[in-house]
Write a protein that binds this ligand. Structure first.
Ligand SMILES: [Zn+2]
Length: 88
C-alpha cells in the first residue's frame, strides 16, 4: 500500500518519519512510503521497495530462463545486483 501522508503512516503503525527503513537503514523522512502486505507489514522507502521487487523479478527471470547453450548448468553470469542496476 502506498503511504503519502501522516494519517496513513500512523495507521501503518509508524509513529514518526524518523523511524528507520529496514532495507537501507536511513530515516523514512519523506513520502511516498510503501507498506508491505506481509505479516509484519513493514514500511519501506518507495525506492527501496522498488529495488527489492526488481531483485525478486531478476531472480525469477534467471531461474526460469533456459540456458542458451541447452546445457544442464548455466555459466556464471553477472550478479543479480549488476543485472538489477542495468534495469534501472
Ligand atoms: Zn530505504
Amino acid at each position: 500500500m502506498l503511504i503519502i501522508n501522516d494519517e496513513q503512516r500512523l495507521q501503518a503503525g509508524i509513529p514518526s518519519l524518523s523511524e528507520q527503513c529496514p532495507c537501507c537503514g536511513k530515516a523514512l523522512a519523506t513520502y511516498p512510503l510503501i507498506l508491505s502486505d506481509d505479516v509484519e507489514q513493514t514500511v519501506y522507502h518507495a525506492a527501496c521497495a522498488i529495488e527489492v521487487a526488481t531483485e525478486i523479478l531478476v531472480d525469477v527471470y534467471l531461474l526460469q530462463s533456459p540456458c542458451s547453450t541447452g546445457a544442464a548448468l548455466c555459466p556464471v553470469g553477472p550478479s543479480r545486483r549488476e543485472i538489477a542496476s542495468l534495469l534501472r
